[in-house]
Design a binder for this molecule. Sequence first.
Ligand SMILES: Nc1ncnc2c1ncn2[C@@H]1O[C@H](COP(=O)(O)OP(=O)(O)OP(=O)(O)O)[C@@H](O)[C@H]1O
Ligand SMILES: [Mg+2]
Length: 382
Amino acid sequence: MEATIRKTIDEVFGVDGALFKANGTQSTTTVRVFERNGDTPAMIDGFVFQPDTLRRVMVWMASGTLPETFAKAKMKRNLMVFGPTGCGKTALISQICARTGRSMFRYQCSEDSEAAQMFGSWKLCRPLLTEEVAAEDQGIIEKGFTGVARAIERLAVSMKRVTGVGPEMTFVDGPVLRWARTPNSILLLDEFDQLPPSVAMSLNGALDGDDILVPETGERVKLAPGCLIVATGNTNGRGSAGGNGGSAALYKGVKRQNIASLDRFFVINAGYLSEPEEKALLQGQVGMAEKAAEAMAKLATSVRGRFLGLNEDAGANGEPLEFTITTRNLLNWGLTHRLLMAMGLDSTNAFKEGLRMTLLDFGSNAERQAVLDAWDNIVGEV
Ligand SMILES: Nc1ncnc2c1ncn2[C@@H]1O[C@H](COP(=O)(O)OP(=O)(O)OP(=O)(O)O)[C@@H](O)[C@H]1O
Ligand SMILES: [Mg+2]
């Protein structure tokens, strides 16, 4: 994959490029944009990039292709983005890839993750049938695909019997090796803080940019140029969700990672978009009227202020909440409102019912009431 063109930050990310101008110079930072391919994520139209976050992302991306003349020291090439649920961490990375045409290989980390799932493993594969055999089977093809499938099955078995060649064990690359072989690609280790620390350590070589030795096959895989790793999570891998420490308790299954693993990452503590940004998102992506979008974004801010996953002293603000309104939920609430109105509810009830089915029914009675009261207050004000 060759770098095709360089574009300005405004063009690629839709943010004000003036913020990225070096002091006293006229030159603007440019972004390498590659030709899209099958592993490039789909674009979300109107995705909002926050300039400060984008700047950190750009520094991290530059680390993949720094010329040797830049410095003798090696720069970190890995980025960790952590923050509350649904604030757009995964979407940020997929949209960076979508806009720059990079391939993205996503691995969903979990407590049960094993190195073999990430790197690759032996799998039983069917043999590829040769052209010749396919030609001999012409008559069967006319009988339809089921007949063909059965014939292939029979053929594979008889070939194995006669020639000894048949379904066999093949080493199939996992996301880490596919990433390592693809220039300028991004390996997304989603929910990295769920990984057992011992499994996370097996990535240290790749995090250091070293060749990957595949013990099963003896192959040595050199990292393709420009490859980068990004990890996301709800906690910083040290047992904190960005609050005073206890806030991580709401995120089940997260582990404290080995400090040596964490040391290899740049870090971004991501947060929800600002109220005006979310208002604009509701108008742009859901088609909400201005007043409604404003009230909804206001409610999100108020609920987040009481969310125990962000603030240990949330109770000081009223009923503390064990759930929050994510950006995901906010957009979903708006869409639900539209559908509920189309199904006969008036707007006032469509807002409440939409909120209930989007998230409130997950809450306790006290939590539900607290949020609905807050909504009534906001609607009364705007
Ligand atoms: N900046 C943004 N611009 C537009 N849409 C956004 C933005 N941030 C988040 N969203 C919307 O919110 C949804 C949720 O985002 P995403 O799944 O990336 O959250 P997350 O932080 O990875 O959450 P989790 O911790 O639960 O994995 C996205 O699919 C997108 O529709
Ligand atoms: Mg995510």
